[in-house]
Design a protein around this ligand. Structure first.
Ligand code: AMP
Ligand code: GLY
Length: 433
């Protein structure tokens, strides 16, 4: 019998935020001892001793460079973090060159890149969602349509808008203002050319994510995102200022219902329509008095939800699941990716976020926090080697996660850890969890 050790899998993660830092740490901790690379990553990931492959200065749009990196480093699997490269067809490009990759092809990624596509799929699959229509392209007809609406309602840009494309409008004047921004000022370019008008749903929001090969679906624990900058409902929407997992709203019955009434029909319909889906899938839900209704699908993991759901005590080996999926064997994966306990993720953001981000402020305490073996996931920051200091370099600077048997204990721990770093103008919600 050979006593040669199994070869270490070589994994390349694409992306540069806290979500990708969490993914890279989770995969790096696998008993399969992978070598994990992140492209382009960030200075925080580059300083993480767990992520042994380190960061590779290649962006997801540099297809030739990525292909040659995969070749020279014998990459076994590419995992794509953000939506932009997926919607841009990175999976098609890598797969065509024989590189195994987790994520949907461009045609299937329309589930996120076009809200109209997602609504049509939901309509034909019978998936519960807010009632909707598309706004006529002539201003005169659109105005007539908006006169018939029940307010408040929601206007949505069809395309990718960095999470800023949905507007709750309270009057026809508000609605016409949004139409002007989208169609005349074109604040999101072509993404705002088609506008959807949606019924306003009321309830609590829930994020539900999993991994699928198009048939088999492996769920992560449920989670809840805290989207607003502060606890004030009038404060601006952000990419997410924190998350908890599991969501206290998600009972086993609800989870079952989401799987059978939403995920299963979605995957079946995508196949039927010629868009078989594989990759991570994110279902954003509103828990209304009539039951759960889909707000949106994302074709990737959520940020900051991922930081809260991944790699926690009691969960299976995500790397093993991903490798099995890449070999067409996901259904044989025996583990459960849901964690036990309660995880809380708190995001710390720079001054001015999300409107005008202030960069270059010294981050005090980060070196010590990173050395403390805390779950710190870096995003908008950089390391100044000459001055030996960390500086803010983006909106959401870092996420800290703590897990405990109870939510209260996890909250206490995460805030004790988070308060060890600070910078001028730091913004952090104090009510996550
Ligand atoms: P989306 O742009 O679809 O990702 O939605 C962003 C956020 O807008 C959601 O997380 C909700 O908070 C809110 N939202 C979107 N659609 C609706 C709706 N139909 N009713 C109520 N809130 C909504
Ligand atoms: N946290 C919401 C998202 O990632 O879209």
């Amino acid at each position: 019998m050979s006593n040669e050790a199994a070869p270490r899998p070589h994994i390349l993660i694409l992306g540069q935020g806290s979500r990708e830092h969490a993914l890279s740490r989770t995969l790096a901790k696998s008993p399969l001892h992978p070598q994990v690379f992140v492209a382009p990553g960030n200075d925080g990931i580059a300083h993480d001793p767990l992520v042994q492959g380190g960061c590779v200065p290649i962006s997801a749009t540099e297809h030739q460079k990525l292909l040659s990196f995969c070749d020279t480093h014998a990459i076994d699997l590419v995992v794509v973090g953000p939506e932009a490269p997926l919607c841009d067809g990175i999976v098609d490009v890598l797969s065509a060159a024989g590189v195994r990759v987790i994520g949907p092809v461009k045609a299937a990624a329309q589930l996120e890149s076009s809200k109209l596509f997602a609504k049509r799929i939901m309509a034909s699959a019978g998936i519960p969602t807010a009632s909707w229509s598309t706004l006529a392209s002539s201003l005169e007809e659109a105005t007539q349509q908006l006169q018939q609406c029940v307010y408040p309602c929601v206007l949505k840009a069809d395309g990718l808008a960095g999470g800023k494309g949905s507007f709750i409008v309270r009057s026809i004047a508000d609605a016409l203002d949004v139409v002007h921004k989208l169609r005349v000022e074109r604040i999101f370019g072509a993404a705002g050319d088609v506008i959807l008008v949606e019924e306003l749903l009321v309830g609590k929001e829930l994020s539900y994510m999993g991994l699928t090969d198009g048939e088999c679906f492996l769920p992560f624990s449920s989670s809840q995102d805290f989207k607003r900058l502060s606890s004030d409902d009038a404060s601006p929407n952000t990419g997410g200022m924190g998350a908890i997992s599991p969501s206290p709203e998600c009972s086993p019955e609800l989870e079952q219902m989401i799987q059978s009434d939403i995920v299963a029909p979605l995957l079946q319909e995508m196949s039927l329509k010629g868009f078989p889906y594989q990759g991570f899938i994110y279902v954003g839900l509103m828990l209304t008095s009539e039951g759960p209704k889909v707000l949106e699908f994302n074709v990737r993991l959520g940020d900051p939800e991922t930081q809260a759901v991944l790699g926690r005590e009691g969960s299976g080996d995500l790397l093993e699941a991903l490798l099995m999926m890449s070999e067409g064997k996901l259904s044989a994966y025996q583990g459960d990716l849901r964690h036990q306990g309660h995880a809380v993720c708190v995001v710390s953001a720079s001054q001015g976020y999300p409107l005008s981000v202030q960069k270059g402020d010294e981050i005090v305490g980060l070196t010590e926090l990173l050395a403390a073996d805390a779950e710190v996931f870096c995003a908008g920051l950089k390391y100044d080697a000459d001055a030996d200091m960390w500086l803010t370099d983006g909106g959401r600077v870092l996420s800290v996660v703590a897990e405990a048997d109870s939510l209260d204990e996890a909250v206490e721990r995460v805030y004790a850890l988070s308060s060890r770093v600070f910078w001028r103008g730091l913004q952090r919600r104090d009510d996550i969890g």
